[in-house]
Design a binder for this molecule. Sequence first.
Ligand SMILES: CC(C)(COP(=O)(O)OP(=O)(O)OC[C@H]1O[C@@H](n2cnc3c(N)ncnc32)[C@H](O)[C@@H]1OP(=O)(O)O)[C@@H](O)C(=O)NCCC(=O)NCCS
Length: 190
Amino acid sequence: MQEVLPEGAVIRKLWIGETDKYREHMLRLDPQSRRSRFGGGMSDESVSKYVDLSATLDAIVHGCFVDGVLRAAAELRPLGLGFPRQAEAALSVEKPWQSHGVGSALLRRTLLTARNRGFRLLHMACLSENERMQQLARKFDAELSFDFGSVVGEVEASRATPLSLMRELLTDSHGFATAMLDLQSRMLRA
Ligand SMILES: CC(C)(COP(=O)(O)OP(=O)(O)OC[C@H]1O[C@@H](n2cnc3c(N)ncnc32)[C@H](O)[C@@H]1OP(=O)(O)O)[C@@H](O)C(=O)NCCC(=O)NCCS
């Protein structure tokens, strides 16, 4: 499927050692987006601690870089031993890049990764007033049920296939190659 992304945007997984980029992105979220992302108010310090924690929790984070700066991210986190084959997904897109297809592209990558990891159930916790996230989840056939003023979207990820593994491999190598080209052109410009 052809994706239309903002000019200069590249989607790839974050690498080990890019925690600070993730933190800076999270801290740049405007107050409303931050509240939507975390389901409530969060201080800068709490956001920073959250990012440190997610780096230790086997999270797989896809990022959208625009001109080399991380502007959006989708985090996929296994729920752990008590919840086999279940993971939580959460998205964040900085305001100027919202409604440009970035969230859709990130969720598509995240679902592919979830499928290839054998996750059967994805939880997406978001506030009931978060129409945009609900619309986005619906695009991927999420089933939504309401609970205590929050929406939990549960997406059944179908099983991994050789084709889905190959697609993930291809998108990863594309992201890596583009990042290398980007780095090279920056070094040449410097
Ligand atoms: C929710 C969020 C991830 C969506 O990402 P996005 O890049 O803005 O979404 P997209 O541009 O891919 O649009 C996805 C769908 O949302 C809907 N949408 C887009 N803009 C919208 C708007 N202004 N109002 C209502 N719905 C909207 C559309 O259905 C759209 O699909 P379509 O373009 O095929 O019609 C992003 O807005 C965000 O980070 N918000 C703050 C944090 C947050 O709410 N995180 C979710 C908690 S898990």
